[in-house]
Design a protein around this ligand. Structure first.
Ligand code: GP9
Ligand code: MN
Length: 405
């Protein structure tokens, strides 16, 4: 009957982050282009390998954007699909399995649904089989009107590598589709080339491999560099087509690319031991929002993928006061400076909770647990509420119109 929702609604109400007056609605009516950048971790940003820049384009583009340098992925076993879930619903994915498979029949109040209500043509673009991660089913529940899948792209042996279509032709052909779209549109594009095991063609190699005992990490730099190049071309093509000026562009890394199996090589690259603290910091992924006509800025609040939905909606001038969401508008003064991982680790302004220990960010060493304790209950409550919503399909009882009254 929905009585299970009462505690959750109260919790969400109490943690509502009021939009920033200056930015609320600044991008009203613009197209929304969201790029899920495969396996891209934040340590490659403004960094080098063999003295060569790994992401020369992104290093430039973040200067023209709002760039969040303390932003974490919050995914579990559902990987890319979990990131999509976080962005759409501002809820956590599940601790086991992929919610895209297990709960695709649930009712959701997704980002796409809110945009569709506001006159947007909502679509996803990804040159893979449409049933991968159960997307064909889940995208319907998430209110995507159209899924441009592998069949909508001209894919052949020449323009494929590793998992499928290369990112450069993918973006080229995606812009062709965008030109035909009804405006304003919301497109989510998912890249593919920088995916484990990070295979690439010689012709797409712009920097040298790293030299360690992990071929995976060695190649990773090369494929990240390739994806960076593809993003550069994408932006150029958006500019040529005139879409750029009418769009906000959001890019986020979906999850880690380099697992803990490569700690020895990673330690060689970073020049330090991979402690549980460092492992947690390695879960930072790039996140940026580009708004035409707005100057760039680095925002260092602690944040995560769960915060994307309210942040975007408020930029578009769409209220989320009555929505059931667990993230916070990152431009709000009320933001909580907290990132909760699906596995229970968390990051605050000054501390990291990992391996059942509390770590001081300034020393990178273990400190007294009492510093992390004030957050523990909140972290557990949030994960618990999110699970309850999903397992109980509770949003079917939620009536936003009633909530408004
Ligand atoms: C597949 C792509 C990769 O379509 O999104 O998924 P991942 O293995 O990263 O979850
Ligand atoms: Mn992925």
């Amino acid at each position: 009957d929905g009585s299970e929702l009462v505690d959750i609604e109260n919790y969400v109400d109490a943690s509502y982050a009021k939009p920033n007056d200056e930015l609320f609605g600044i991008a009203k009516g613009k197209n929304v282009i969201v790029v899920s950048v495969e396996s891209t971790q934040n340590f490659v940003i403004n960094n080098k390998v063999n003295d060569q820049e790994i992401t020369p384009f992104l290093n430039q583009f973040i200067k023209e954007s709002f760039y969040f340098d303390n932003f974490y992925h919050q995914t579990g076993q559902g990987k890319t699909s979990d990131a999509e879930f976080l962005v759409e619903n501002s809820l956590y994915p599940l601790s086991r399995g992929a919610v895209f498979f297990t709960h695709s029949g649930n009712q959701f109040n997704s980002l796409a649904e809110r945009l569709q209500e506001n006159g947007y043509f909502t679509n996803a673009m990804h040159a893979n089989n449409r049933s991968f991660w159960n997307r064909d089913i889940m995208y319907k529940s998430l209110s995507y009107e159209r899924f441009y899948d592998v069949k909508d792209y001209d894919v052949n042996e020449d323009n494929s590598v590793n998992w499928g279509m290369k990112d450069i032709p993918f973006f080229e052909q995606s812009v062709e589709h965008m030109k035909e779209m009804k405006k304003p549109f919301y497109s989510k594009l998912i890249t593919l080339t920088n995916h484990h095991p990070f295979y690439y063609d010689k012709e797409d190699q712009f920097i040298d491999e790293f030299n360690s005992n992990s071929g995976t990490l060695n190649r990773y730099f090369v494929t990240v560099r390739y994806t960076d190049e593809s993003l550069k071309r994408f932006i150029e093509e958006l500019k040529e087509s005139g879409i750029y000026e009418d769009s906000i562009i959001v890019m986020y890394g979906d999850h880690y690319g380099i697992s803990e199996n490569h700690n020895e090589a990673m330690s060689q690259y970073l020049g330090k031991d991979i402690t549980p603290f460092v492992s947690t910091q390695l879960q930072k992924v790039p996140f940026l929002i580009h708004i035409p006509g707005t100057e760039g800025k680095v925002i260092s609040k602690v944040s995560g993928q769960i915060d994307i939905r309210p942040t975007i909606l408020h930029l578009l001038g769409i209220n989320t006061k009555n929505d059931i969401q667990l993230g916070h508008d990152l431009f709000s003064e009320d933001n909580d400076d907290l990132a909760v991982f699906r596995d229970g680790r968390f990051v605050t302004k000054d501390y990291v909770y990992a391996d059942n220990k509390c770590w001081d960010k300034s020393t990178e060493e273990v400190t007294d647990k009492k510093y992390c304790e004030p957050y523990m209950e909140k972290v557990a409550t949030e994960l618990e509420y999110s699970d309850r919503i999903i397992y109980g399909d509770l949003l079917r009882f939620f009536d936003p119109d009633k909530a408004k009254k």
